[in-house]
Design a protein around this ligand. Structure first.
Ligand SMILES: Cc1ncc(COP(=O)(O)O)c(C=O)c1O
Length: 462
């Protein structure tokens, strides 16, 4: 802060980084005891905890003479570090090039571009050491760009140091040294390692708890020191790893708990709707992790959970009901046949069906066109039979004249039907019979759609 004739102001936006508030959580924590406080990092000017490291990393490169005027800052980032760097670079006049995995939300990409950064999208589903991964692509850009530095948040000691110098002392002072637990998601590990180190130096009894998204390898590594290859990619952004970054110092961590995408996203929505704190997915992971250990808290405990960024960055995902439903995160207690039908990825505008007079040739063409293996045969709007591609083809191969015959002569029995609001278990029960590859849905007495075994299996796999 600079004072100029009683005007209090910051010299530039960089001066507003840090000093984020603690806000008491009340509704989302159930009956957990103690004072539970959220460190709300979206109050930073770039909207996330990562502004803290953006500043520290750039200033270190300047001090060491590695970054000269007109230079370029390159980084592989899930978005937020990029914003922190881009904001500081904008003030200081540097260029930025960022590589982002393709699962990142469009809001983050647009934000980075808004700050003038160049954004390169790389595939998510590749191991971090693959030449296509966002970290390797970033390294290549640095090799090929003169006067450029790699911010290197996964290995740069300035990352955890930023939290040792700012986040840790802030929390210690804001809680008057009474903090008993610090709960935090783990991405690069910078936040938990730097904050944890500072708090433990102040009082080694403070418990530091890491939260890892389900599907990441970090929790298992913490307990076994082994890295198991990741089988499923998770959707929460910014946390979890398939390796141990150089900035993650588990010696400052007492425990690691896990939370899955669904819990995380539903909690981010609850934080927003019940506490009024517009929260990102990893904030939901951190609070879900906190709840897993909440039965241990006593009335005297002061628990701080760090919320890394804002939900505004995920409006097209976590806060979009369609996206949540399509990904199986908004699941009603009782799942109806209609619900499964509505969440089908490929939904025709109207039910694809034929009548008995349709030729075998036409039926095969229709199935090929719509990429389906069976069709219901209807008579006066009611089920009269069914045809299956493999069966039609086998029969047409045996007797070529069948190809122009009506399906009536070769069709199989019709599919069974259920009411659209019937529980999905009823559909599954019918499908257990080999002959029922599909089930028709009836709405107000009329056939309205078809669910295949594939549709049900796809839904269950979400
Ligand atoms: C949204 C979000 N949450 C949490 C984190 C994790 O913080 P850290 O990298 O300090 O472990 C990140 C890091 O990129 C992030 O972007």
């Amino acid at each position: 802060m600079t004072k100029h004739e009683n005007i209090t102001y910051n010299e530039d936006i960089i001066g507003t980084i840090g000093g984020t508030p603690l806000v008491r959580l009340r509704k989302v924590i159930g009956d957990a005891k103690g004072l539970i406080l959220a460190k709300v990092e979206h109050f930073n000017p770039g909207g996330s905890v990562k502004d803290r490291i953006g500043l520290n990393i750039i200033e270190e490169a300047e001090q060491e003479g590695r970054l000269k005027p007109g230079g370029t800052i390159v980084e592989s980032t899930s978005g937020n570090t990029g914003l922190g760097l881009a904001l500081v670079a904008a003030v200081k006049g540097y260029k930025c090039v960022f590589t982002l995995p393709d699962k990142m939300s469009i809001e983050k990409i647009r934000l980075l571009r808004a700050f003038g950064a160049e954004v390169i999208i790389t595939p998510t589903a590749v191991p971090h050491e693959s030449p296509e991964s966002y970290t390797e692509v970033a390294k290549k850009i640095v090799r090929e760009t003169p006067n450029s530095i790699l911010a290197n948040q996964y290995y740069n000691p300035r990352n955890p140091e930023s939290h040792y110098l700012s986040t840790g002392p802030e929390i210690w002072e804001q809680t008057g040294g009474q903090i008993t637990h610090f709960v935090c998601g783990v991405g690069t590990g910078g936040t938990i390692s730097g904050t944890g180190k500072y708090l433990k130096e102040k009082n080694r009894r403070i418990k530091i708890i890491g939260v890892d998204p389900k599907g990441s390898a970090l929790k298992e590594y913490y307990y076994t020191r082994k890295i198991t290859p990741i089988l499923k990619t998770y959707k929460v952004e910014g946390i979890g790893q398939d390796y141990v970054p150089g900035t993650l110092h588990f010696e400052h961590v007492d425990e690691v708990v896990e939370a899955d995408d669904r819990e995380s996203f539903l909690m981010a929505r609850r934080l927003t709707r019940e506490e009024g704190i517009l929260s990102g997915g990893s904030a939901g992971t951190a609070v879900s992790g906190l709840l897993k250990i909440a039965d241990r808290f006593t009335d005297d405990d002061v628990v701080v959970v760090l919320l890394p960024d804002s939900g505004e960055r995920y409006l097209s995902k976590i806060f979009d009901d369609d996206w949540m439903r399509e990904n199986g995160f908004l699941m009603p207690e009782r799942i109806s046949a209609r619900y499964v039908f509505d969440s089908k990825r490929k939904k025709p505008d109207s039910m694809i069906a034929i009548d008995q007079a349709t030729t075998v040739r036409k039926a095969l063409e229709l199935m090929r066109e719509h990429d389906i293996s069976q069709l219901p045969v209807l008579k006066d709007g009611a089920s009269a039979g069914s045809v299956h591609d493999h069966e039609l083809m086998t029969k047409a191969m045996e007797d070529a004249s069948l190809i122009d015959a009506p399906v009536e002569s070769v069709m199989s029995p019709g599919f069974p039907s259920v009411e659209v609001d019937a529980p999905i278990e009823e559909v599954i029960k019918l499908m257990k019979s080999k002959k029922n590859a599909a089930v028709l849905l009836v709405k107000e007495g009329r056939l309205s759609g078809l669910l295949t075994r594939y549709d049900v299996i796809e839904f269950m796999g979400k």
